[in-house]
Design a protein around this ligand. Structure first.
Ligand code: SF4
Ligand code: MG
Length: 384
């Protein structure tokens, strides 16, 4: 399948009083059409920041400081081929090189997002149907007239994605958009969608509200849906239902999903390929089989060893002993970030480790790969 997204060497820093925090360090991965790509890691490993960096939602004091985000969109590529040739490669455009206005216009029809906590993602004083209809409205307007207006759902989950692109009052929510909202509610498995559309968020259960948030995220018919811990706040039975819904929607709509989770059970059940993050880096990347059956990075091996049954949806990453390194730039080791905790560490590990190819699309940042798999070349030469 073709790639819908190709992230190359993405780094994101937060400039705090304690110093520069390297939250995302030289991360690369790609997502194919109709694929579910998972990013798994412990909390604080940089997986959410990676997702937000990709869809351009990093706020001050954070900033994406380097890297490229190539997105396949023939219309955009045609639009910029003449004026910004360095940002276009075939049908791919590097959205990091486009203006903020253009990047903003991609939120909804290109990228959309489902968050962990549905309750904080809706404005409590507006009916669920209206909020979804607004999202529909935004997408229609963004297509025909990308002028700057504000949303009542601003600051509430998806609303923060579409800030400044939405018109504020009820009369803009046309009957047509309300009908579409009801359709979307139906599509995500909400019973009696016409009645439920007129209810307020507090009248929904957590699982139903998560479905409604997914409906809202689908309003723009996104190419890529980013789901950041979409089931963490839900109980186990509901989690399974929401994951099944996402899988069904992915198959029916043909979109791609970037799934962010700390839960290897979610990865095992949902994803086609996986990136394992540790201390801001993707330390291992490959197909589900590569990662679960032939993990080569000691960190991945430790994670898998720490859960007895990866089919158990309640399985959680258990901390491995030792300390996660500080992500403050001046305190970061000039060594493999995992060296402190790695049972296989040796003197060769006391240098920054590049990403080595294990086999085809399976890669890992570990000198063992270089020694045991004898790669002909490293994927990215070490930065000095
Ligand atoms: Fe362990 Fe060395 Fe590999 Fe790092 S590079 S994971 S310290 S063996
Ligand atoms: Mg997170």
């Amino acid at each position: 399948a073709d790639k819908i997204l190709e992230v190359r060497g993405l780094s994101t820093r937060f400039f705090t009083e304690e110093g520069q925090v390297n939250a995302v360090e030289n991360v690369s991965f790609d997502i194919e059409d109709g694929e579910i790509f998972g990013i798994v890691g412990e909390s604080g490993s940089g997986k959410s920041v990676t997702a937000l960096s990709v869809i351009d939602l990093i706020e001050s004091p954070g900033r994406v400081t380097s890297g490229e985000v190539w997105y396949r969109n023939a219309d955009l590529a045609d639009e910029f081929r003449g004026s910004k040739p360095q940002a276009v490669d075939g049908d791919l455009v590097d959205i990091r090189q486009l203006s903020e206005g253009v990047r903003r216009s991609l939120r909804g029809p290109s990228f959309s997002m489902v968050f962990q906590d549905p309750m904080s993602s809706f404005n409590p004083s507006i009916t669920v149907g209206e909020q979804i209809a607004e999202a529909v409205e935004v997408q229609r307007r963004a297509r025909s007239n990308p002028r700057s207006t504000r949303s009542r759902t601003q600051g509430y989950g998806l609303g923060s994605l579409i800030v400044d692109t939405l018109v504020p009052s009820r009369e803009y929510v046309s009957d047509e958009s309300m009908e579409r909202a009801v359709e979307l509610l139906d599509q995500v498995g909400i019973p009696d969608p016409e009645d439920r559309a007129n209810e307020y968020p507090h009248q929904f259960s957590g699982g139903m509200l998560q479905r409604a948030m997914i409906a809202q995220a689908l309003a723009g018919e996104p190419d890529i849906l980013v789901a950041d811990e979409p089931t963490t706040a839900l109980d186990v039975t509901i989690q399974a239902q929401i994951l099944n819904l996402l899988r069904d929607l992915q198959e029916k709509e043909g979109m791609s999903i970037l799934m962010i989770t700390h839960d290897l059970g979610v990865i095992a059940r949902m994803c086609d390929r996986v990136g394992v993050m540790y201390a801001g880096e993707v330390v291992e990347r490959g197909s589900l089989a590569d990662i679960f059956d032939n993990p080569v990075h000691p960190y991945t091996q430790g994670l898998l060893g720490s859960i007895p049954d990866v089919d158990d949806p309640a399985a959680r990453l258990e901390p491995i002993s030792g300390n996660v390194p500080s992500l403050i730039d001046s305190e970061m080791p000039n060594a493999c970030f995992f060296a402190d905790r790695c049972p296989k560490a040796m003197s060769d590990c006391l240098t920054r480790i590049p990403e080595y190819e294990v086999d085809g699309r399976h890669s890992a940042r570990c000198v063992l790969v270089e020694q045991e798999y004898d790669p002909t070349e490293s994927i990215e030469p070490e930065e000095v």
